[in-house]
Design a protein around this ligand. Structure first.
Ligand SMILES: [Zn+2]
Length: 145
């Protein structure tokens, strides 16, 4: 940890203690050059977790969501900025669920957003996501639009 006052690279930890909730550690540090003391906090960074249908839990990967939505729009009229905004909107809804979200919820959220933006992209995503067993399912979806 660099000294925030003189930028000296070496600072010594003179005291460290857990916060009462146990979720962070507070450290008192002293700069070996200017002798000033300051406090740092150490916290674990938790990413969003996704629970798959199989029960398996994985870390949420934004790029995967982005790619999934992007491929649904392949060849359709949507620029990069619009795509990013759409994916970010979906991501915000997902994040509101807390630290763990079911993969079905992500799928449904993507679907409801795509439905608003572009029907073709919606059907493409739905056909992959819902793993339609035969063409009649697909026709049913189209009829419901
Ligand atoms: Zn210093």
């Amino acid at each position: 940890m660099v000294c925030p006052y003189c930028n000296k690279v070496e600072t010594n930890v003179i005291d460290s203690r857990k916060n009462s909730d146990g979720h962070s550690i507070r450290r008192r540090r002293e700069c070996s050059k200017c002798k000033i003391r300051f406090t740092t906090y150490e916290k674990a960074e938790i990413g969003l977790l996704v629970q798959k249908r199989s029960g398996e839990i994985q870390e949420f990967v934004y790029e995967k969501l982005y790619k999934g939505v992007e491929s649904a729009f392949g060849g359709l009229d949507l620029n990069e900025k619009q795509l990013k905004t759409l994916v970010d909107n979906i991501h915000n809804v997902i994040k509101e669920q807390g630290i763990k979200v079911k993969s079905e919820f992500i799928g449904e959220t993507v679907l409801s957003h795509l439905k608003e933006v572009n029907k073709v992209a919606y059907l493409r995503f739905a056909s992959v996501y819902k793993e339609f067993s035969d063409a009649s399912d697909f026709e049913k979806e189209v009829a419901e639009l």
